[in-house]
Design a protein around this ligand. Structure first.
Ligand code: NAD
Ligand code: IPM
Ligand code: MN
Length: 358
C-alpha cells in the first residue's frame, strides 16, 4: 500500500453526496488521504447511460479502498426490464471487485437504547455481527421475463458457502479474543424449503469442526427474524445468504435506533481493496435537506480504517467520538424521540470533528 492511502470515493445519489462529503472531512482530519471521485448509480446513468463504467470499476480495483454513499432514487425507478437501474452499478461493483463477504456490525451505542422502538431491557447487551454473502444467490442468478411470467434463480456452490462460513467462524473467534465471550455462529437459512439452503446447512456444518471453540447453531430465516427482536443480545455472529442478509440487517438496524447508524464493510480475498458504505440507501425522502444522519458513514470509515487500511487506532477513535457525541445528547432527526432537539448533517459532523480533535 502506498504511504498516502488512495481512496476511490463514490458519492452516488440522493443523500450519498451529503454523507460522503462529511466522511471525507472526517478522514482529512485524521491525516493524509488521496481521493479520486467517480460517478456510480443514477448519476452515472445520466452521464454515461450505464450505472457502472469499466473505467470506474478499474479505478476501484486499483485503489486502496472504496468509500460509497448510496445509489438509486425515484428518477431511475422503473419496472422496464431493459432500462438501466442504479442498483446494477452497485451489484456490478461488488461482483467485479470480488467482494463476497459483507460485514454489518450491530452494536447499539449505549446512549441510543431509548431511540429504538424496542424496550431497553431487550436491547441491553446486544453486540452482533451479520455476515452476509454478497456475490451469489438470487441476486446474481439468471433472471428474466417470458410472456406473463418472470423468474429469478437462486444458486449457490459449495465453494461460495465455504468461504463465507469461514469468514463468519473467524470473525467470531476474533470477537471473542479478549472479550471473554463464547464465540457463536448462527447460520440462517430456509432449509425446510430451499435446496440451496440445504446445501448451505450441510457445508456450514461440514466445516464447523475446523473451529472447535465456536458453537454453531442453525435457524430458519423466519424464526431468525422473530428472535432478532425478541432476544437480540443472545446473538454473536449471524451468517446468511445474500437476500436474507439484506433483509435481516435492515431489521437489526432498528436495534441501534436507526438505519442511519449501521455501517458495513464488503471484503474480498486478503489484500484486495474493500468497499465501505452505510447499510442504508439514498433516502430520497430527505435528500438535499441537510438532515441525513452521517454516523453510519462515519462508522463505515472506521471499518475502512480497521479492515482496509490497517489503522485500528484511528478506527477506535472514530467509534469513541461517535459514542461521545451521542452521549452528550446530539441527535439527527432519525434518532430523536419525543420532541428531542435535533441537529443536521453539518452540525453533527462539526461536533464529531471537534470531539476527535479534543
Ligand atoms: P433507504 O435506506 O434509502 O431509506 C429508508 C428510510 O430510512 C427512509 O425513510 C430514509 O429517509 C431513512 N434513512 C436512510 N438513511 C438515513 C440516514 N442516513 N439518515 C436519516 N434517515 C435515513 O431505503 P429506500 O427508501 O427503500 O431506498 C431508496 C433508494 O436507495 C432505492 O433506490 C434503493 O434501491 C436504494 N438503496 C441503495 C443502497 C445502497 O446504495 N447501498 C442501499 C439500500 C437502498
Ligand atoms: C444494500 C442494498 C442493496 C442490496 C441494493 C441497493 C442493491 O439494499 O446494500 O443493502 O440489496 O444489496
Ligand atoms: Mn439493503
Amino acid at each position: 500500500m502506498s504511504p498516502t492511502p488512495h481512496i476511490v470515493v463514490l458519492p452516488g445519489d440522493g443523500i450519498g453526496p451529503e454523507i460522503v462529503g462529511a466522511a471525507q472531512r472526517l478522514l482529512e482530519s485524521l491525516g493524509e488521504f488521496e481521493f479520486e471521485e467517480h460517478l456510480l448509480g443514477g448519476c452515472s446513468i445520466d452521464a454515461h447511460g450505464v450505472a457502472l463504467t469499466d473505467e470506474v470499476l478499474a479505478a476501484c480495483r486499483a485503489s486502496d479502498a472504496v468509500l460509497l454513499g448510496a445509489v438509486g432514487g425515484p428518477k431511475w425507478d422503473t419496472t422496464d426490464p431493459d432500462a438501466p437501474r442504479p442498483e446494477q452499478g452497485l451489484l456490478g461493483l461488488r461482483k467485479g471487485m470480488g467482494l463476497y463477504a459483507n460485514l454489518r456490525p450491530v452494536r447499539p451505542s449505549p446512549a441510543l437504547v431509548g431511540s429504538s422502538p424496542l424496550r431497553e431491557e431487550r436491547i441491553a447487551g446486544t453486540d452482533l455481527l451479520v455476515v452476509r454473502e454478497l456475490t451469489g444467490g438470487i441476486y446474481f442468478g439468471d433472471s428474466g421475463r417470458d410472456g406473463d411470467r418472470a423468474h429469478d434463480n437462486c444458486e449457490y456452490s459449495v465453494g461460495e458457502i465455504e468461504r463465507i462460513a469461514r469468514t463468519a467462524f473467524e470473525a467470531s473467534q476474533r470477537r471473542a479474543e479478549g472479550s471473554g465471550r463464547k464465540p457463536r455462529v448462527t447460520s440462517v437459512d430456509k432449509a425446510n424449503v430451499l435446496e440451496t439452503s440445504r446445501l448451505w446447512r450441510e457445508v456450514v456444518g461440514r466445516i464447523a469442526p475446523d473451529y472447535p471453540d465456536v458453537a454453531l447453531d442453525h435457524l430458519l430465516v423466519d424464526n431468525a427474524a422473530m428472535q432478532l427482536v425478541s432476544r437480540p443480545a443472545d446473538f454473536d455472529v449471524i451468517v446468511t445468504e445474500n437476500l436474507f442478509g439484506d433483509i435481516l440487517s435492515d431489521e437489526s438496524a432498528m436495534l441501534t435506533g436507526s438505519l442511519g447508524m449501521l455501517p458495513s464493510a464488503s471484503l474480498g480475498v486478503e489484500g484486495a481493496p474493500g468497499l465501505f458504505e452505510p447499510v442504508h440507501g439514498s433516502a430520497p425522502d430527505i435528500a438535499g435537506q441537510g438532515i441525513a444522519n452521517p454516523l453510519a458513514t462515519f462508522l463505515s470509515v472506521a471499518m475502512m480504517l480497521r479492515h482496509g487500511l490497517d489503522r485500528p487506532e484511528d478506527a477506535a477513535r472514530i467509534e469513541a467520538a461517535v459514542d461521545a457525541v451521542l452521549d452528550r445528547g446530539l441527535r439527527t432527526l432519525d434518532l430523536a424521540v419525543g420532541g428531542e432537539a435535533t441537529v443536521g448533517t453539518e452540525e453533527m459532523t462539526e461536533v464529531v470533528l471537534k470531539e476527535l480533535a479534543a
